[in-house]
Each structure stands twice: as structure tokens, then as C-alpha cells.
Design a protein around this ligand. Structure first.
Ligand code: SAH
Length: 378
């Protein structure tokens, strides 16, 4: 399965048609789980038992499901808990507290997820597509093109794998007494989550539904990051799940953003920002503006001024900016801004009254930082 690199500026919205991943418990809401179990000739209450094993006890060894009779267990595990993701490689840095995993999917496509443990919280960065069709020239994933959409189960399994490994005590770095649980999931791995809307919203529901229907995460702990697919942002605002929205802006003017974030040729800076503001109005969640600082491209003080004006024109208290020093990607001619230039950019935004915090970028040494994920696809 190969994907040809996209021509500069081209966008791919529709993933190539491929065989679907096997159905998984995590694809289904509770009613659909009961129905699926019934179709297999089992009592509907087995659906809840399976959900408890999967989402609450984080069991992945069928032998541990001792409340299920052996025959039912084999059938239910085969039909509803198929293996969706298989680790190919794990790379660690930050003394084992940042772990990137390359996963192989059922059809050979590969994706990556990154687990980051901090003293008081654990964050997993997940992929929502194999590859990406949005073609941002500074992002390694964008340069590879779109292989296919991931299923809800494939997305959720990245989080569950991380949750199991944290709960088994395999990930160092927590403060003594800190919970061995995932608190944050960010859709900032490979792919454009809003271009795979249905699977992503399914995953968001599984992550935020209370245990044992789902993993029981707080919606505010889930961040969906997008290049700015305006209709999908509005749709997300109407779901009634107040996840955090991150908008990858990277430039405040259309001329530069057309080049850096090609979706801008469809939805302009002001349209993306208006949608972000509507998202805040609908959910009360402060929106994050992502801004990779690229030396001599988008890091000028006049751009900080323009960004500050565009944000404050739309009100106060609804948004904050996360500048990120550009992470290096293979073959790219761009590099991160000079630290003094970065400071000046940040100070100017703060002078406009816009809360601004430079994002720490973990995982650079293992190509696990923002924009560096590019698992080879066979
Ligand atoms: N497609 C979505 C989800 C990916 S999130 C989106 O773009 O928002 C990955 C984040 O890292 C985005 O904000 C992206 O713009 C940013 N990014 C991509 N390449 C980067 C790089 N080389 N250095 C720093 N950030 C980068």
C-alpha cells in the first residue's frame, strides 16, 4: 500500500476506499453492544460484562474474564475484541516518561501515538487517520499524504493500550501517590480529526462516557485539534460534549496561511476564527490557537500584532495562544525561530491581553513531537 506524496497545496478530503477494520466493542454504543451480543446468541447482559473488562478493569487477557463461561468468552472475544493495533516499535525519551509507539493496523497501515507522563497527569496523543490529506508543508505527516481513515475502535485502542501500560506501573515519572490513569487525550497525532468526523466523535464518546460504557474521562481533558474545517467545527460545537478545541492557525493573514495551511484556500483566517469563537460560545471552553513559530516566516512582531487584534476583536477570555517552536522534519527548509524572536512574539501577544504560553514539545529526539509523526506505510 503506497500513497504518492501530494502536490504542493493540494487537499485530500476523501480517504481512499479500503477494506474496513474488524468490528470492535469500542466502535459501538451500549445499545449496539447489547444488540451485537444478542446476535451472537448470548445474553444481552454479557455486553455490560465485556464493557467492564474493557473500559473499567482494562483487561486484555481473555483468561482474566472469569465471570464469562469459557465458550461465551471465546466467541465474544473473537467477535467483539479483535486485535486492532499491534506494536511495531517503541521509542522512549525524557527518562522513559515520553513513549512513542508505532502501531500496525489490520491492513498493514502504520500510525503512531505518544504517551507523555508528567508528575500529576498523563496525556496520550493519538492518531485519527493513517497519514493526512491536509498537506501542511512543515508537517511530516502532511507530506506523506492520506492512506486511510481510522475506525473508532482503532482510535480508542491507542488510548486503552496506554491506559493499560500506565495502570500496570510501566511508565515512570508520576509523583508518588499520583493516579495511574490517563487524564488527557489529544487528537494531535497523525491525521486531521475533523476530516474523519464520525469515527472521531465516536471515539470522543467512548472516552468520555462514564465507566463502564466508556473510559470516563472529563470532556475538558480531551482536545480535538484541527486545521480549521469550519462546518465540522460547528458540528462539534453542537454535540453537547465540551471537549477542548485547538485551531492550528500558524499565520494571521491569508496570504501566508494559504501557503502554510492549505485548507485556508477553502476557509479563510477570519472564517476559522469566527468558527472558533462560536465554539467557545456553544461550549464555554476556551479555544487554543496553535502557532508553530517558523524562523522568518511567521514570527514577525507585526504578525503578533495582527493576531492579537484579530483575537481581541472577537472578545476577551475566549481564547489563548500556544506558540510551538517548529520541530524539524526531514527535507524541510524551515527551522524554529530564534528564542529572542519567540520571546518578542509572545510578549506582543500578551501586551494585547491574549493569554499566551509556549507549548513544551516533548519527544523531539524520537521524532515524536508535533508534526514529526510519519510512520512508513508498506
Ligand atoms: N491535523 C490536525 C491535528 C494534528 S495536530 C491539526 O493540524 O491541528 C499537530 C499539531 O502540530 C498541529 O497544530 C500542527 O500544525 C502542529 N505541527 C505540525 N508540524 C509541526 C512542526 N514541524 N513543528 C511544530 N508543530 C507542528
Amino acid at each position: 500500500m503506497t500513497t504518492t506524496p501530494p502536490a504542493p497545496g493540494s487537499l485530500t478530503f476523501t480517504a481512499p476506499r479500503r477494506q474496513k477494520p474488524p468490528r470492535h466493542l469500542a466502535d459501538l454504543d451500549p445499545a449496539a453492544r447489547a444488540a451485537a451480543v444478542g446476535e451472537l446468541g448470548e445474553k444481552p447482559f454479557r455486553a455490560r460484562q465485556l464493557s467492564v473488562h474493557y473500559f473499567d478493569r482494562l483487561v486484555d487477557d481473555p483468561a482474566a474474564m472469569t465471570d464469562l463461561p469459557a465458550r461465551s468468552r471465546d466467541l465474544l472475544v473473537e467477535k467483539l475484541l479483535p486485535t486492532l493495533v499491534t506494536p511495531v516499535r517503541q521509542l522512549e525519551c525524557d527518562r522513559g516518561t515520553t513513549i512513542k509507539t508505532v502501531w500496525r493496523l489490520f491492513d498493514g497501515a502504520q500510525v503512531e501515538s505518544v504517551l507523555m507522563r508528567y508528575p500529576d497527569r498523563v496525556t496520550v496523543c493519538v492518531s485519527s487517520q493513517a497519514g493526512c490529506g491536509m498537506n501542511c508543508p512543515f508537517c511530516a505527516t502532511g507530506q506523506a499524504g492520506l492512506t486511510r481513515n481510522m475506525s473508532t475502535g482503532e482510535i480508542v485502542e491507542q488510548v486503552l493500550a496506554a491506559a493499560r501500560s500506565v495502570s500496570r506501573g510501566e511508565v515512570p515519572g508520576g509523583r508518588p501517590g499520583a493516579a495511574d490513569r490517563i487524564g488527557n487525550v489529544v487528537f494531535m497525532g497523525m491525521g486531521e480529526p475533523m476530516a474523519n468526523y464520525n469515527a472521531v466523535i465516536g471515539a470522543v464518546r467512548r472516552l468520555t462516557d462514564p465507566v463502564p460504557d466508556g473510559l470516563g474521562l472529563s470532556a475538558r481533558g480531551v482536545t480535538v485539534s484541527t486545521v480549521g474545517l469550519v462546518p465540522a467545527i460547528d458540528r462539534l460545537a453542537g454535540e453537547g460534549i465540551p471537549v477542548t478545541l485547538a485551531l492550528s492557525l500558524h499565520a494571521p493573514d491569508d496570504e501566508l496561511r494559504d501557503e502554510l495551511v492549505p485548507i485556508n484556500t477553502r476557509w479563510k483566517v477570519t472564517e476559522a476564527l469566527d468558527a472558533a469563537r462560536r465554539y467557545f460560545d456553544a461550549t464555554g471552553r476556551r479555544v487554543s490557537i496553535e502557532y508553530a513559530l517558523i524562523r522568518d516566516m511567521n514570527d514577525q512582531v507585526h504578525r503578533a500584532d495582527l493576531l492579537g487584534r484579530l483575537l481581541t476583536e472577537r472578545g476577551k477570555g475566549w481564547v489563548h495562544v500556544n506558540p510551538i517552536p517548529l520541530n524539524p522534519t526531514p527535507g524541510s527548509k524551515w527551522t524554529a525561530s530564534d528564542p529572542r524572536v519567540q520571546d518578542a512574539f509572545v510578549r506582543r501577544l500578551i501586551a494585547h491581553g491574549v493569554p499566551t504560553t509556549v507549548r513544551d514539545t516533548r519527544g523531539r529526539e524520537i521524532d515524536g513531537a508535533c508534526g514529526q509523526l510519519a510512520a512508513a506505510t508498506p
